[in-house]
Design a protein around this ligand. Structure first.
Ligand code: PLP
Length: 395
């Protein structure tokens, strides 16, 4: 491989901004820089940019433009949905149902609410990394004011049975939020088909800019705002709009939709080939989570007897970027909460890597990883006292 050539297999952490997205954004950073709330030419052009992006997002999700609120990203959208619904509820006692495998944007918001007196149930998942809708049903109480369950998991790629859970939520008239940050652009996401009341997404996971996202809020659903200020976004999210970012999000979502069918097929074939070849070439290696019900670009594998972190560093030195799990927990000594929730012992959870493919991934990239990884794993195992002990114990 040429020196300096990089293979990026961490698209679940973030994606490179597509040049076509940058092109769409540029006018709003140069000539059309007006404040979209004013009424003269520069402002009207900025407003038009927002309107076009809002329509694009609405169309991608099968929603109405008025149901889209732009945010600073997935984290804010998750916070807005959860705190917004709980804050708007007038019930004396409040209870939330979520899962043990949510992103920290959801988990830590729920934990903050627990400290404020809200009860939370964290429904578990089996080894497949998929929540059972009946477990959600059983977790509901007369005080449940919100169900929040992610669409695709960021570490495993596993896709949750959102439409089935939505039916249960509707029967009980409980608002249902899904964090679709990892699914939008990878698999079809339609709010009517999913039956959700709130849905979060983020631009930087779909080749858009960082720091911008959106929350779908079904019409007539009452939400307490997170912040107070001007009358932007129909009083739901104050602050001068990030016009260029929002335009970028709209362009990114349209591109993702246009290429979704062919790109998901291409990525699934590459991902499956990567997985098959690694599993057959490397002993004591296995797949984490469900092999079928997952996004087409992600695989999470464990390489027993070594630590994920040195493996990431060794691969980085070979020009390959992968991750041990959620980017925000990298560097933490604690094993991933998702991998422990699916029942992996801590050593196996720490010995796991997430490979997430994307638009720039080629067959040659996959060939290269399959060529170098077995040697890297073997080398690290030779240095590992765990390996010697483990292999001897297994004999
Ligand atoms: N939810 C999920 C499932 C994610 O993967 C992420 C990002 O890692 C987020 C929420 C947070 O999104 P953002 O980085 O836009 O705040």
């Amino acid at each position: 491989m040429d020196s300096g050539y990089r293979i990026y297999l961490d698209h679940a952490a973030t994606t490179p901004t597509d040049p076509r997205v940058i092109e769409a954004m540029l006018p709003y950073l140069t000539t059309l820089w007006g404040n979209a709330s004013s009424i003269y030419y520069e402002a009207r052009e900025a407003r038009k940019g927002l309107d076009v992006a809002r329509r694009a997002i609405a169309e991608v999700l099968g929603a109405r433009p008025q149901e889209i609120v732009f945010t600073s990203g997935g984290t804010e959208a998750d916070n807005m949905a959860i705190r917004g619904v709980v804050g708007a509820s007038e019930r004396p006692r409040k209870h939330i149902v979520t899962t043990a495998i949510e992103h920290h944007a959801v988990l830590n918001t729920c934990q903050a609410l627990e400290a404020e007196g809200v009860a939370v149930t964290y429904v578990g998942v089996g080894p497949a990394g998929i929540v059972d809708p009946e477990d959600v049903r059983r977790a509901l109480t007369p005080d449940t004011v919100l169900i929040t369950i992610m669409h695709a998991n960021n570490e495993l790629g596993t896709v949750q049975p959102i439409a089935e859970i939505a039916r249960i939520a509707r029967e009980r008239k409980i608002p249902f939020h899904t964090d679709a940050v990892q699914s939008v652009g990878k698999i079809p996401v339609n709010v009517a088909e999913l039956g959700v009341d709130l849905l979060s997404l983020s631009a930087h996971k779909l080749y858009g800019p960082k720091g911008v996202g959106a929350l779908f809020i079904r019409r007539n659903l009452r939400l307490q705002p997170l912040m107070f200020g001007g009358h932007h976004e129909r009083d739901r999210r104050p602050g001068t709009e990030n016009v260029a970012g929002i335009v970028g999000l709209g362009a990114a979502a349209e591109l993702a939709r246009a290429h979704l069918a062919e790109e998901s097929k291409r990525l699934a074939a590459l991902r499956d080939s990567l997985e098959r070849r690694l599993l057959s070439a490397i002993p004591h290696c296995g797949l984490n989570g469900d092999p079928a019900r997952r996004t087409p670009n992600t695989t999470n594998l464990h390489f027993d007897f070594i630590e994920g972190e040195p493996l990431v560093i060794a691969l980085d030195l070979k020009g390959v970027a992968v991750s041990t799990g959620a980017a925000c927990s990298s560097g933490a000594v604690e094993p991933s909460h998702v991998l422990t929730a699916i029942g992996l012992p801590p050593e196996r959870a720490r010995a796991s890597l997430r490979f997430s493919l994307g638009r720039s991934t080629t067959r040659e990239d996959i060939d290269y990883v399959c060529e170098v990884l077995p040697g890297v794993v073997e080398h690290l195992r030779e240095l590992s006292p765990l390996y010697k002990k483990g292999v001897v114990a297994a004999r």
